[in-house]
Design a protein around this ligand. Structure first.
Ligand code: UT7
Length: 329
């Protein structure tokens, strides 16, 4: 099996900022409640015609530039998203068309907020077994498109954006992905879902009237599972490659809620300087959360070559997962 590493990374956030103050005009809430209960001050909202594929292209161009490759070098594109441009064709193929990656095969992967970890592990396997050389892995979301702006339990936490990485074989001195662990529990799917638009509830006047085309979440329950599952899966991923939490230089948790992040950090005894947090500015961007945070951690000097990074995610399904990597760029 070949060792696989990230050779390029990039992210993109839409221009429009939606502040907590702005939300006071939309739902019965207040700035203070949102900040103290979630840690979020503002989030980015994509423009009306700005699609997840457009945000993916912007993030991917930066990742390709860092890796020193062109679109023609890409063998596969995987987009992790719960908000594809449309049910099909897949957003990965739309991205392929837009960047001109004519040699790539493309598919989307849906594992909600854990999608990027699942997609990266999928692509890693293709490279590890030698079936592809270069993969573009993207987490991209326009959650604002499935947000119920009358539901104060959800509309306050989500945002839009995209992050992308280029995965290639490691040359032995540019880091590697050490281990990944993924898990799911389909018995708890009802706690976080969008019921409409699939075969169960195809779009109709009734599904629109019943507000089935919006994200629904039982926040308190999701919260409890998120803390437990992310702490446990991080531990398992570290054990799998012979490391412990003390070895981690930077913990990058899914940016869902500051209280979830603090609870995980406390469970695993991670000091604040080792935990990367950007949700104050971006909110919860679902599958884009980890790659955007990873890119911002790199650009702000919180990650450097040789560091051990642990990324942990949790989302609808339920799905959860963790990746340990040695940073190589
Ligand atoms: O990304 C996938 C994973 N997602 C997550 O991990 C999200 C997990 N869940 C959460 O982050 C939190 O559950 C929320 C931020 C969504 C909600 O926070 P909470 O502390 O669980 O609030 P709650 O729903 O239990 O509500 C507590 C109180 C209620 O009032 P009463 O019944 O105690 O009088 C709510 O009606 O706060 C009220 N409330 C609000 N008040 C002002 C709920 N939402 C709001 C709001 N503004 N936006």
């Amino acid at each position: 099996m070949k060792q696989v590493t990230i050779t390029g990374i990039g992210s993109y956030l839409p221009e429009r900022i939606l502040t907590n103050k702005d939300l006071e005009k939309i739902v019965e809430t207040n700035e203070e409640w949102i900040f103290t209960r979630t840690g979020i001050k503002e989030r980015r909202i994509a423009a009306e015609g700005e699609m997840p594929s457009d945000m993916s292209v912007k993030a991917s161009e930066k990742a390709m530039a860092m890796a020193g490759i062109t679109a023609a070098d890409i063998d596969m594109i995987v987009v992790a998203t719960i908000t594809p441009d449309m049910p099909f064709p897949c957003t990965a193929a739309i991205v392929q068309g837009k960047i001109g990656a004519k040699n790539a095969f493309c598919f989307d992967l849906e594992a909600a907020c854990s999608g990027f970890i699942f997609a990266m592990e999928t692509a890693r396997n293709y490279i590890a077994t030698g079936s592809v050389k270069t993969a573009l892995v993207i987490g991209a979301e326009k959650i604002s498109a499935i947000t119920d702006w009358t539901d104060r339990g959800t509309c306050i936490i989500f945002g839009d954006g995209a992050g992308a990485v280029i995965l290639q074989e490691s040359n032995g001195s540019n880091g590697n992905i050490r281990s990944t662990v993924m898990a799911s529990d389909g018995t708890l799917g009802d706690l976080l879902k969008m019921p409409g638009g699939g075969a169960l509830h195809p779009a109709s006047h009734k599904t629109v009237d019943d507000r089935l085309h919006f994200l629904k979440m039982t926040g308190k329950e999701v919260f409890k599972h998120a803390v437990r599952c992310m702490g446990d899966v991080g531990q398992k991923a570290l054990e799998k490659c012979g490391l412990a939490y003390e070895d981690v230089d930077c913990l990058i948790p899914h940016q869902a809620n500051i209280r979830i992040i603090e609870a995980i950090a406390e469970r695993v005894k991670a000091p604040p300087e080792k935990v990367f947090i950007n949700l104050e500015r971006v909110g919860n961007i679902s599958a884009a959360s980890i790659p955007v945070a990873m890119d911002e951690a790199l650009k702000s000097g919180r990650i450097k070559k040789g560091d051990i990074i642990l990324a942990v995610a949790f989302g609808g399904g339920f799905t959860w997962g963790a990746t340990v990597l040695e940073w190589g760029i």
